[in-house]
Design a protein around this ligand. Structure first.
Ligand code: 13P
Length: 262
């Protein structure tokens, strides 16, 4: 069964936003919309400090909880860091790794992505590994080269079984928070390439089951045509995930495309 046969996977990355009451309120509205989104997988990624509160609101619902980052060691003298076991204990099932903001603002490298991926898998979390090119790379025709380098170094050393819990997210950096979405064709080209690379490494069956998300200025208006593309299995949503209507609208439009396919 291909990854998208399980329905759209819609992740909301709240980044460094929302007070606790706002976070609880947003989660509650998404829980209330849960019935209409039943055939999709919905996961929310609040800031660390809101994990417990949002986890409480999501309890008993089908909506998953994830963290925006983790450290590669499980415990110790690492001031300011949060480990995989801590995230598990806080109720997380997912964790983002290698988001472009972590790479660009906090010096995350493919090597640290690789170590964090190991930590996430060891802790029983499902990692969402983010890759994507910057504008200069796209404009000089080096998009695929960049994605290949991120995949090769980020996934180095993992066994085929490990892939079953790994979700990939293609987020072109020039599309994040800019309102400039990749066209469905641009996104599909990279998604199809990522799937081919996964097939080379892990075999056809595992590659076809892998979930590959698109992220970068996703909104209700572009969710349907993006999801119509064969290799786009869902979305990693930033800005629009801070508004219940926008987020539920994105999921609803992806579901509309999904239902037409069935
Ligand atoms: P925007 O949807 O705000 O462009 O952010 C995308 C993103 O970075 C999700 O992780």
């Amino acid at each position: 069964m291909a990854g998208r046969d399980r329905g759209p996977f819609i992740a909301g990355n709240w980044k460094m936003n929302l007070t606790l009451p706002e976070a609880r309120g947003l989660a509650q509205k998404i829980v209330e919309a849960g019935a209409e989104l039943r055939e999709s997988t919905i996961v929310l990624f609040p800031p660390f400090t809101a994990l417990a509160a949002v986890g409480g609101t999501l309890a008993g619902s089908a909506i998953g909880l994830g963290a925006q980052d983790l450290f590669w060691e499980d415990q110790g003298a690492y001031t300011g860091e949060v480990s995989g076991p801590m995230l598990k204990e806080a109720g997380c099932a997912y964790v983002l790794i290698g988001h472009s903001e972590r790479r660009q603002v906090f010096g995350e490298t493919d090597e640290t992505v690789n170590r964090k991926l190991g930590a996430a898998l060891r802790s029983g979390l499902s990692p969402i590994v983010c890759v994507g090119e910057v504008l200069a790379e796209r404009e000089s025709g080096r998009t695929i080269e960049r994605i290949d380098a991120q995949l090769a170094a980020g996934l180095r050393g993992f066994a085929p079984e490990d892939l079953e819990r790994v979700v990939l997210a293609y987020e072109p950096v020039w599309a994040i928070g800019t309102g400039k979405t990749a066209s469905p064709g641009q996104a599909e080209e990279v998604h199809a390439h990522v799937r081919r690379r996964l097939e080379e490494r892990y075999g056809k069956d595992r590659a076809s089951c892998a979930i590959i998300l698109y992220g970068g200025s996703v909104k209700p208006a572009n969710s349907y045509p993006l999801f119509k593309e064969k290799n786009i299995d869902g979305f990693l949503v930033g800005g629009a995930s801070l508004d219940a209507g926008g987020f539920v609208g994105i999921a609803g439009e992806a579901l509309r495309a999904y239902r037409e396919e069935k």
